[in-house]
Design a protein around this ligand. Structure first.
Ligand SMILES: C[S@@+](CC[C@H](N)C(=O)[O-])C[C@H]1O[C@@H](n2cnc3c(N)ncnc32)[C@H](O)[C@@H]1O
Length: 299
């Protein structure tokens, strides 16, 4: 059996009882180690907690070396651990499909994900549109296809969850070109950098999907002891130091319910200003008033 097991968001003990019981049965335990990190537990702490060796699985192993992970899983149990939920903003469907092609049974054990825990900032999950990912810009690679998704969400008044790039065990282009297996130190995008990139692309596209005055919420270290929220405009959040990773951002949509706003005010430095910013933003993409069709003369 191949088990895909969600670890939850932060602590080693966030794993479910069913997940932990499954790990105990496994002969090999892999920890997916490139789409997210477990903030409050190291590899050694997990090994001690599970009583098992934990093998770190980088992108290369999962995407190109999955046969290694699946090897023998038709006769014994193998665990593949994913921070958050195995299907929360990380698609491990490829691994599942490969397992099924080899007649290996698969069981998924779910857990909390950033995709649902984001609701703890007070915004309702029903009011979210498409999620986007913001990657680190480089000198000559500054992708902006996500801009159209924000535009679509904002047009119908929905909030946009922005997930921020992380780079764990990446090679520099120079080292890759020289075939040197030297890895860069891990990097995590900050709220401030994400907001700068948002404003750069708005400047370039100039279609007003949002502006520097658009309200947003910075979400830091969700589910950990130092979880923090900050409500402000995108421009204000450029100046915000969100501290240690992990970070996400929510760009508000026009359909911000008054209860959502009341909750967010707790996280604003200047409550009156933030409220005014949200009310002003609600005028963006506001549909024209509905006009009933003229009644047809029945005679
Ligand atoms: C590719 S997603 C993987 C999500 C994970 N599988 C899950 O279900 O939560 C990783 C990104 O989500 C966001 N994220 C994940 N956990 C977070 C947390 N605890 N607090 C804030 N943002 C988080 C960060 O932007 C991070 O770079």
């Amino acid at each position: 059996m191949l088990y895909l097991i969600g670890l939850g968001l932060s602590y080693k003990s966030d794993i479910t009882v069913r997940g932990l019981e499954a790990i105990k049965r496994c002969s090999r335990v892999y920890l997916e180690h490139y789409t997210s990190i477990l903030m409050a537990a190291s590899q050694e702490e997990l090994e001690h907690y599970y009583g098992k060796t934990v093998i770190l699985a980088d992108r290369e192993l999962v995407e190109s070396g999955s046969d290694k992970i699946l090897s023998g899983a038709d006769k014994e149990d193998v665990a593949f651990l994913v921070v958050g939920d195995p299907f929360g903003a990380t698609t491990h469907t490829d691994l599942v499909l490969r397992a099924k092609r080899q007649n290996i049974s698969v069981e998924i054990i779910h857990n909390a994900s950033v995709m649902n825990a984001v609701g703890s900032c007070g915004l309702q999950l029903y009011q979210f549109g498409q999620t986007i990912s913001m990657v680190f810009f480089t000198e000559n690679w500054r992708p902006d296809s996500w801009y159209d998704k924000i535009m679509e969400n904002r047009k119908i008044g929905l909030h946009t969850l922005v997930l921020l790039d992380i780079k764990v065990k990446e090679q520099s282009i120079e080292n890759m070109a020289r075939g040197k297996l030297i890895y860069e130190p891990p990097r995590y995008m900050s709220i401030s950098q994400c907001c700068e990139q948002l404003l750069e692309i708005e400047d370039k596209r100039n279609a007003k999907a949002y502006t520097s005055d658009t309200p947003a919420v910075a979400i830091s270290r969700l589910g950990s002891a130092s979880q923090e929220f900050k409500a402000g405009t995108i421009q204000e959040l450029v100046e915000y130091d969100a501290g240690e990773p992990l970070h996400s951002l929510v760009i508000l949509g026009r359909q911000c319910h008054e209860l959502e706003l009341e909750y967010l005010l707790e996280f604003a430095d200047d409550r009156e200003k933030f409220k005014a910013d949200v009310l002003k933003d609600q005028e963006f993409f506001k549909p024209a008033p509905w006009v009933p069709p003229a009644e047809e003369d029945s005679e």
